[in-house]
Write a protein that binds this ligand. Structure first.
Ligand code: COA
Length: 390
């Protein structure tokens, strides 16, 4: 992970506000443990053997279907994923458990989702040279919340010592870009000077690790983006040139978990209370929608898409990103033009494009223009065009 030295604050937060939103800094928390495709597939195949042995009679009688092995080669070829970080490796890999085991904490302890959000947020604040009491709001923008209330954002706000307000928002894989636009709108309206958008994604909790079609997709992480008024931003920052959001209803990525329909873990009806998708349909429908959205927004902003220095795209599938970046740039994108973090992080839902931005933006020069773009369940998609200032 690249680290920037803590910056001097350019001006006190009492400076006259401009109403122009910028990204002052980002932060990243990465769990220490990681699961390789080989480890994952060995565990999955051990589960398949156990399942088929336990149901051998029904399978032999044609009353039940035998489960099929997964394959590390398929996973890498179909998705570009080689490994993923997780918060609870041993339990996920145990063929008898195959889901994270994160013990519940007492109410007077910081909850785990807040803890990793705070770690990412602290790094963003440090990199911006910002004190917590200069921040006005915290948005916790993620695809799963640990509980309905009190809001994760308010717990993160309290742990950081931030006054003002916080609230949670969930737009699945697009949560972070929707959070950035919301924060930018607070700045544009003069309602805040400094807003933290925190995306703690413990996606291992919504993944069905027993489902061959999707067991390899997700990983855990937390990111933070500090959106501020240009008047108080540190010297090094990114102007937000424009933000755009889009949603179109689709059942092709769905999770029916909710407070009205709890299912016992492992029960037959538990599978649809986890992440379920029609991967092929998502691929086919989302690629053209997102490419067109980017091109339309570039036109609206007067930006030549072929002149974009870098695309920090949502990290769900390497093939999707290849197609989208080709349509936007007009040629096959190099790793430098459209970096991937999928290989080591897997799909981290809303955090993916922010990890890519966090790890692959320090080398850009002042004046370079790039695009942060997310897409996913809903369907939802968000674009944030940015230009490096210093
Ligand atoms: N190991 C080995 N083979 C597997 C497998 C696994 N784990 N999972 C599926 N396969 C097999 C299937 O059985 C199928 O075999 P068949 O052709 O003999 O029927 C073949 O691989 C292709 O399966 P399919 O599901 O069509 O794969 P795919 O090429 O579409 O890749 C995804 C699957 C999920 C990687 C891909 O569709 C994708 O990434 N889509 C976009 C998803 C997305 O962005 N979602 C947003 C989430 S936020």
């Amino acid at each position: 992970m690249q680290e920037s030295p803590m910056q001097e604050m350019q001006s006190p937060p009492t400076a006259t506000l401009t109403g122009r939103p910028v990204i002052s800094a980002t932060g990243l928390f990465t769990p220490a443990d990681s699961i390789s495709n080989d480890e994952l597939v060995a565990s999955f195949n051990a589960f398949v053997d156990r399942h088929n042995a336990a149901h051998a009679d029904a399978i032999a009688a044609g009353e039940a279907e035998a489960l099929t092995y997964s394959s590390a080669e398929f996973i890498e070829k179909a998705s570009g994923i080689k490994s993923r970080h997780v918060m609870s490796k041993a339990a996920i890999l145990d063929p008898a458990t195959m889901c994270p085991r994160l013990p519940e904490r007492p109410n007077d302890e910081l909850s785990i989702m807040a803890e990793i959000g705070v770690a990412a947020a602290r790094q963003a604040l440090e990199r911006a040279g910002r004190k917590p009491d200069d921040v006005d709001a915290v948005l916790c923008a993620a695809s799963n919340m640990q509980r309905p209330y009190p809001a994760m954002a308010i717990e993160i706000q309290q742990a950081l010592g931030i006054e003002g307000f916080g609230f949670d928002m969930n737009v699945a894989c697009s949560s972070a870009t929707f959070g950035i636009q919301t924060a930018a709108d607070y700045i544009r309206a003069g309602n805040a000077r400094s807003v933290l958008v925190v995306s703690p994604e413990i996606t291992s909790g919504h993944l069905n690790w027993r489902d061959r079609d999707s067991h390899f997709i997700f990983g855990d992480v937390a990111t933070a983006v500090l959106v501020e008024d240009a008047a108080i931003a540190p010297v090094q920052h990114w102007d937000i040139l424009g933000t755009r959001l889009k949603t179109v209803f689709s059942n092709n990525i769905r999770n029916n978990f909710g407070f009205l329909n709890r299912a016992a873990p492992g029960s037959a009806d538990a599978a649809d209370k986890l992440f379920v998708q029609e991967g092929r349909k998502v691929f086919k429908e989302v690629v053209p929608m997102v490419a067109q959205m980017i091109l339309d927004e570039a036109t609206r902003l007067g930006i030549d898409p072929e002149g974009l220095r870098r695309l920090w795209l949502h990290q769900a599938n390497a093939g999707m990103n290849r197609l989208i970046s080709h349509k936007v740039l007009g040629h096959e994108a190099s790793e430098d033009e459209s970096p991937t973090v999928l290989d080591t992080y897997g799909n981290t839902s809303s955090a993916g494009s922010i990890i890519a931005f966090h790890q692959h933006s320090d080398d850009l020069r002042a004046g370079d223009t790039g695009l942060i773009c997310s897409f996913g369940a809903g369907y939802s998609a968000g674009t944030v065009f940015v230009r490096k200032v210093a």
